[in-house]
Design a protein around this ligand. Structure first.
Ligand code: FA5
Ligand code: MG
Length: 431
């Protein structure tokens, strides 16, 4: 089976309802295909990323993401029984689905190979679960949640990974529902102002938008309270997405900083497929599951989700007997001793007259050699020398989640990174 057959072979809802085991062969060919495609035109999917496509952490009973997804489904089943639940394990979508149909402008940075992973001109690894929304709505599903893996060429640090998971939710309100619900109670504090400053979707009344935003805010607040309890500080602010208006995001306070966990809003009129009754409005949200699981279990580093270490897996293995109490669902991660880090610097000259330098190319190159052994990459120095060349120095911190790295192992990786920088980054000369 090819990527393309995976995309258009059957309806998306039917595909997602198939038991995951039966997807195994598709996944295997998917990964083989990714590596092959990476060599092709515009393909930039590295082997390190291709390997992540097949891990399917949502199905791994020893992953906190698996348990979080189960909790979310149980919460919706109990409090919002009208919502269908889907899991979508096939991250390849078209550029049309990921960007065009969601009204991303032609010059949006996400469309560039610096920020996203492409198989070719038409196909890519989705950067968000919103890419799958229209296809599900087009099949007549009015209220749903869907979880899956998404991919972005992002910085490397303890809260950002180039692969992570999102929970997407959508609720469509028909004109009748909107008309019936406009005698609404006052909106929670701050929400009125947040909406007042923003445009509404074409053809929509402000009252209908208030109703939909109020429902969205309530749904997300109840979900967060169910997951975290009332104790975790949370705040809302206005934001923008190309496909929603008004839009808002929520942050929770964790480890001394505000951590963004969800983006949401009212879908713009062209996002709703033609089969949705005219005059309908819909809210949608996208939540970062790793971020939520980090807060829930006090997990300090997002890379841990990919660890195969028995000391990690044992902590999230289902309890014997299968009873999942509240305390178990919220148990704190007990850090096991960290193995020591090893730092290495790499310095080079950049000649921007030859080619623009993109940091994400450097991050991906490093990750393609070091994979999960790289903890962080930081720019520690930049200056322009007497001959007008710019010089940059990056500190790479290597650390394994599973073992102590030796200098010899790190040197071998560092040599490979240096050789690749010299041979594959145009305009870059090692110092
Ligand atoms: C989106 O992806 C939108 N599709 C969300 C949305 C859906 C808005 C529907 C409106 C309607 P954003 O890029 O902010 O938005 O990502 C959503 C969440 O994913 C973030 O709040 C964060 O929790 C998580 N996230 C984003 N980037 C990363 C990353 N590199 N690593 C881990 N989590 C991330
Ligand atoms: Mg955001």
């Amino acid at each position: 089976m090819t990527w393309a057959a995976g995309l258009c072979g059957r309806s998306i809802v039917e595909r997602m309802q198939r038991p995951t085991v039966r997807l195994a062969s598709t996944i295997a060919s998917t990964v083989a295909c990714t590596a092959a495609q990476a060599a092709g035109r515009r393909g930039n999917v590295t082997d390190a990323i291709a390997a992540k496509v097949s891990r399917k952490l949502l199905n791994d009973p020893c992953s906190p993401l698996h348990h979080l997804w189960a909790q979310v489904k149980a919460h919706f089943a109990a409090h919002h029984p009208a919502f269908a639940h889907f899991q979508d394990d096939q991250p390849v979508v078209t550029v049309r689905q990921n960007f065009d149909e969601l009204l991303f402008p032609a010059d949006h940075p996400g469309r560039s190979a610096h920020d996203s992973y492409f198989l070719d001109e038409q196909r890519m690894l989705r950067t968000h679960m919103t890419a799958n929304e229209r296809a599900i709505m087009a099949e007549g599903v009015r209220r749903f949640i869907v979880a899956g893996d998404v991919y972005r060429r992002d910085a490397i640090d303890c809260t950002h990974m180039p692969v992570f998971h999102q929970l997407e939710g959508v609720s469509i309100f028909t004109p009748d529902e909107l008309a019936a619900g406009t005698q609404q109670p006052p909106l929670p504090e701050g929400l009125e102002e947040l909406i007042a400053g923003q445009e509404v979707p074409a053809g929509a009344s402000r009252d209908a938008v208030r109703l939909v935003m109020g429902d969205l805010h309530g749904t997300l607040s109840r979900l967060m309270a169910a997951l975290f309890g009332e104790a975790v500080p949370m705040r809302w602010s206005a934001t923008t997405f190309p496909f929603t208006t008004p839009s808002m995001e929520a942050e929770v306070f964790y480890n001394g900083q505000w951590l963004e966990v969800v983006g949401s809003g009212v879908l713009r009129a062209p996002i709703l497929p033609p089969s949705v009754p005219a005059g309908s409005l819909a809210w949608a949200f996208g939540m970062g599951l790793e971020r939520v699981a980090m807060v829930l279990h006090a997990i300090p580093d997002i890379r841990l989700f990919w660890s195969q270490d028995a000391r990690w897996r044992a902590q999230f293995a289902p309890p014997s007997g299968g009873a999942h109490g509240r305390a178990w669902e919220r148990r704190r991660f007990v850090p096991f001793s960290k193995y020591p880090p090893i730092g290495r610097d790499v310095s080079f000259y950049v000649d921007e007259a030859v080619a623009a330098f993109a940091e994400n190319d450097l991050f991906d190159l490093i990750r393609s050699h070091a994979d999960d052994l790289v903890e962080s990459v930081e720019k520690i120095d930049e200056f322009v020398d007497g001959r007008g060349r710019s010089s940059r120095c990056y500190r790479i911190t290597f650390r394994s989640m599973d073992k102590t790295l030796t200098d010899a192992q790190v040197n071998a990786i560092q040599d490979a990174i240096r050789a690749s920088i010299a041979s594959s980054l145009p305009g870059v000369t090692l110092r």
